[in-house]
Design a protein around this ligand. Structure first.
Ligand code: ASN
Length: 352
């Protein structure tokens, strides 16, 4: 009896050791882009700060514990507040991530990023990274110099998520405030609070606690490995803008985007992607010219559905389904690199 108990004990020790060393052998590359997580202010108790000031090494120094979780390397891709995020940086990130996985330089990637446009970068990468390996975006709501800065804990948690073998094949994810979200449905919902990222239609796909992640579901929509979007040779994307509907809105902005050469416009309508007569007429003129107009909604949740109050066949429009305007724009920019066929583009909003 005693002997078999000690055998079981030895087995448990061996499994624990091999699991720990397995996790430590996972190579996680951190790509830094700036944001409040790398933000610095003059003093800890003042709100004023500049995003994207601190280099990757300083972010890592704030959480020495992460070296126990994985083999960490860092690379500075940009040093910007995410309000300055651009197509140029998106393409650079997507190309670099595909290269890292193609050359087997890392097993997983964490991207430090400002929160303002984090959901856009996450979604862009979700559609363009051709590997099923974990890619996790992370940020902070308080600058690194603030009292109770949230960046170090968020970074630690993001590495926990990246290094977990269960994180493969879930698309690009965003880890903040002990929650994991999928890139497709996550959105920033609060301008200043730590609890800002939510999925307005669904929930977090996982929860993080005590250096472990527990998953509950995975989106069924397809990600980069199964999309036709290949950015490897692209240096720019087709122009797509976003117009906004409100009571008595006139279509000046929409018309200006069309005149500026937009290949597509996401029209952020009211309710189920609805618009007044003035905008209806402007949209009709734009679709007649061949501009792709996608109806989205300014409501924080829900979908925009085909042929409800608006007859899409008559208006020549397509719908964003459950994508908010900023994500509908990204999908349209990428879709337009492959086709201008409206039916095919509409299909992409239901598939990805
Ligand atoms: N909390 C933040 O990261 C906000 C900052 N403006 C950024 O997006 O870079």
């Amino acid at each position: 009896m005693k002997r078999s108990l000690s055998k079981i004990y030895l087995l448990i020790v061996a499994v624990t050791i091999s699991f720990t060393s397995f996790a430590q052998n996972v190579r996680v590359k951190i790509l830094a882009t700036g944001g409040t997580i790398a933000g610095a202010g003059a003093s800890a108790d003042r709100a004023a700060y500049t995003a994207g000031k601190l280099p990757i090494d300083e972010l890592l120094n704030a959480v020495p514990q992460i070296h126990k979780l994985a083999k960490i390397t860092g690379e500075q891709v940009a040093s910007i507040g995410s309000q300055d995020m651009s197509v140029e940086v998106w393409l650079k990130l997507a190309k670099r991530i595909n290269e890292i996985f193609a050359k087997n330089e890392a097993d997983a990637i964490v991207i430090t990023h400002g929160t303002d446009t984090q959901e856009e970068t996450a979604f862009f990468l979700d559609l363009t990274v051709k590997y099923n390996k974990p890619v996790v975006l992370v940020g902070a709501m308080r600058p690194a110099t603030a009292i109770s800065a949230d960046g170090p804990k968020n970074l630690l948690d993001a590495v926990v998520v990246a290094a977990d073998p269960n994180s493969q094949g879930r698309g690009v994810m965003l880890a903040m405030n002990e929650r994991v979200f999928d890139a497709k449905s996550v959105t920033k919902t609060n301008s200043t609070s730590l609890e800002t990222f939510l999925s307005t239609n669904f929930g977090p796909i996982g929860l993080i606690y005590d250096k472990k992640v527990q998953y509950y579901y995975t989106p069924v929509r397809q990600s980069g490995a199964n999309t036709p979007f290949d950015v490897s040779k692209l240096t720019t994307l087709p122009r797509v803008d976003v117009a906004y509907m409100y009571a008595d809105a006139d279509p000046t902005a929409l018309n200006a985007f069309v005149d500026a050469g937009a290949k597509g416009v996401v029209f952020t309508g009211v309710g189920n992607g609805n618009m007044n007569k003035k905008n209806y007429d402007a949209i009709k003129a734009a679709t007649d010219k061949g501009v792709i107009i996608v109806r989205a909604t300014r409501t924080p949740g829900g979908r925009v559905t085909l042929h409800d109050e608006v007859d899409d066949a008559a208006l020549g429009t397509i719908v964003s389904d459950d994508y908010n305007a900023q994500k509908a724009r990204i999908l349209l920019m990428l879709a337009l690199t492959t086709t201008t066929d409206k039916a095919k583009i509409q299909d992409m909003y239901f598939k990805y």
